[in-house]
Design a protein around this ligand. Structure first.
Ligand code: F6R
Length: 655
């Protein structure tokens, strides 16, 4: 019955794990196990009781269950469900209520009896909350207990809404949401102010009483908390860690969510690499040397044989002969990531003795000037994440295009829209029918009760478009080199977004039009609402389609990923580092300032109150300091990139 392929447990891991290459494969495997259970119970004529979760994680599992129902006749007539939680204060009809979410993603598409689907009530009066929660517990028991509970994990480590501090013996109850959880949900509620503060959630004890528990996590942004839950001690500070004590709980992860586990991050701590079917390739060597340098607080070239020996890295001494040689291998790898010529040098200006532009492929470095396509998921990601490099590419004579993938309208406050629209109304330039359209909108915005109608969202999108245009002007890009793709997936509510053929076709069309030599895309998979992740999936699919159609431009194309406001690449993953001068840092700041709606009123700054320009400067300065601490040159700031080579794409192209 249990079909998930479990990894052999390492000494650091305190819970069973199944890790898949992609979240799609992982979700299919989880759905298959649920389907097997549902079928078995139907054969036995017994009911099947499922515990369900909401959020972005289980969406793909639900999509697969719906497919199994439609295409393979999987029936849910005997299934009873209990959801983990509901926001307190939201009626079931509210677009962001978990009841609505479940109807939309699952229940409406199955033959399940609506009376057997249970979600805590978000509108039960305060005085009746305790009774409601006890009745919920009682209903689970009366149904025979939970057979199978699926879970996501919040970045606070919560399961359900059992935030840090929730005890092991907690039952279904009213709770207060953690600020980080509220920040992650803010996108669904148009910002911080409208985000619920409380929820009713099953307790830790309720969840642990399920006979089988599967916790799923997808994406880099979950990697650290997954490591704590799996490798850390059992603690109420990370309620997912309680699953370590469950007799039949499995963590199901995609590769990104598993990436911070010791087996991936520092596998040499688990014993010889060969025994783990790993090898000391360049990347692993670099990772170990950087780790050692940081641990010892020493520049790479000062590491000694003793340092290696004491940290259990004798293998590197054996392979390289001495610390001196191993140090050089790590040092040169880092040095060769650095170039001030991200698009290669102009051959007409080449001087004898010029160092090669190492991070670029040999063939690619011959083409000059290059056509460059910078993909910005939101209208400010280009300048926030790689504004300095963008300016350099323009200044060095390349043909730089910027494509803004989504409108970003959701992140413009009503206050910001009010300023622009009331100005337009009062300008005296708007009259007649246009004025008649504008007046009621201005009135509603002034009164503070404007609805998020397509018209208002359209204005907000236009505001961001103008900001992006102004910022791109600072970098020297304008006119037909700016592309606003307005990908349709963004029009759905944040946590319900899924991309489709139209999104892929739009990006594919642009790639074929620009025929870029260099593509820069957001690999910043930590953004709170998953837009960057979706944009990267759209790019992956567009590249696969282009490769299958044998698009000639692909032969000369290099793909780079940047990281945005939320995190930087780990040093060992950097393939290209572009140093910036103090002047370039200031120019980038000017460009970021053009995004006025994202300044002090930004809806999504969240717990980190620094503005985007400050985060950008801190991040790129810290990176420069990290290079310097390794013993490399001291720069003002560095922007870093990783080579992009998605497996699905590589399969279809000889790269
Ligand atoms: C949802 C729930 C939460 C989520 C968690 C992860 O019913 O109880 O614990 O599972 O917050 O959310 P996503 O999947 O959106 O990252």
């Amino acid at each position: 019955m249990k079909t998930l392929p479990l990894l052999e447990r390492s000494s650091f891991e305190h819970a069973p794990l199944a890790v898949f290459g992609s979240s799609r494969d992982a979700a299919r495997a989880v759905a298959a196990e649920i389907a097997a259970l549902v079928r078995q119970r139907a054969r036995e004529g017994r009911p099947c009781v499922l515990g369900l979760a909401t959020g972005s994680t289980p969406v793909s599992v639900y999509a697969e269950l719906v497919r199994l129902h439609r295409e393979e006749g999987l029936s849910f007539r005997h299934v009873t469900t209990f959801n983990l939680d509901e926001y307190y204060g939201l009626p079931p009809t509210h677009p962001q209520s978990y009841r609505r979410f479940m109807q939309h993603h699952l229940f409406d598409h199955l033959d399940i009896d609506p009376a057997r689907t249970h979600v805590p009530s978000g509108v039960v009066p305060k005085a009746e909350v305790d009774a409601h929660c006890s009745a919920y517990e009682q209903a689970i028991r009366a149904a025979g207990g939970l057979d199978f509970q699926i879970l996501g994990i919040g970045r606070t480590g919560h399961i359900g809404f059992n935030e840090p501090g929730s005890p092991r013996h907690s039952d279904t109850r009213l709770v207060t949401l953690d600020p980080l959880t509220r920040r992650d949900a803010a996108g669904d509620f148009g910002g911080d102010a409208g985000t619920p503060r409380h929820a009713i959630t099953m307790g830790v004890r309720t969840i642990l009483a399920a006979r089988r528990v599967v916790l799923m996590a997808w994406g880099q942004h979950k990697a650290d908390i997954v490591r704590q839950a799996v490798e850390g001690e059992v603690t109420s500070h990370v309620t997912a860690s309680f699953l370590q004590e469950h007799p039949d709980a499995t963590f199901v992860l995609d590769a990104a969510a598993a990436s911070a586990l010791t087996r991936h991050r520092t596998p040499w701590l688990l014993g010889p690499l060969e025994e783990q079917r790993l090898s000391w390739d360049e990347r692993m060597t670099r990772r170990a040397i950087l780790w050692l340098s940081e641990r010892r607080q020493k520049p790479i070239l000062k590491l000694t044989d003793d340092d290696y020996n004491e940290a259990g890295l004798q293998d590197l001494l054996r392979i390289h002969g001495s610390a001196y040689e191993a140090n050089l291998a790590g040092f040169y790898q880092m040095q060769h990531t650095i170039t001030g010529w991200p698009g290669g040098r102009d051959p007409r200006k080449a001087k004898p003795g010029d160092a090669p532009v190492r991070p670029l492929r040999a063939r690619s470095s011959e083409t000059f000037p290059k056509r460059v396509l910078v993909l910005a998921p939101h209208p400010d990601d280009d300048v926030i994440s790689m504004g300095g490099t963008l300016c350099r590419l323009v200044d060095q004579g390349h043909e730089v295009h910027i494509a803004y993938e989504v409108s970003g309208a959701g992140a413009v406050s009503d206050e910001a829209a009010w300023r622009v629209l009331v100005f337009a109304r009062d300008s005296g330039l708007v009259d007649g029918a246009a004025r008649a359209r504008l007046d009621p909108l201005c009135e509603a915005l002034t009164a503070g009760n404007a609805q998020p109608t397509p018209e208002l969202l359209g204005w907000k999108a236009l505001i961001r478009r103008h900001e992006a245009t102004a910022a791109a002007r600072v970098c020297g890009v304008s006119g037909p080199r700016l592309h606003f793709l307005d990908l349709p997936f963004y029009h759905a509510a944040p946590r319900s977004r899924r991309y489709g053929a139209e999104d892929v076709a739009r990006l594919r069309g642009l790639l074929d039009e620009v025929r870029p030599h260099l593509v820069y895309a957001a690999g910043d998979l930590d953004d709170p609402h998953g837009t960057h992740r979706l944009c990267l999936q759209v790019l992956r699919d567009a590249l696969v389609a282009a490769a299958e159609a044998k698009a000639a431009w692909l032969d000369d194309c290099e793909l780079w990923l940047y990281r945005g406001a939320w995190a930087e690449w780990p040093l060992d993953e950097i393939d290209l580092a572009v140093p910036l001068s103090p002047q370039e840092v200031l120019r980038r700041r000017r460009a970021i300032f053009r995004h006025e709606t994202q300044k002090d009123q930004a809806l999504f700054l969240g717990a980190d109150r620094r503005e985007f320009w400050q985060r950008t400067e801190d991040r790129s300065r810290r990176l420069a300091q990290a290079y310097n601490a390794l013993g490399l040159a001291e720069y003002e700031a560095i922007e870093a990139f990783r080579r992009y080579a998605p497996a699905e794409f590589l399969k279809s192209v000889a790269f």
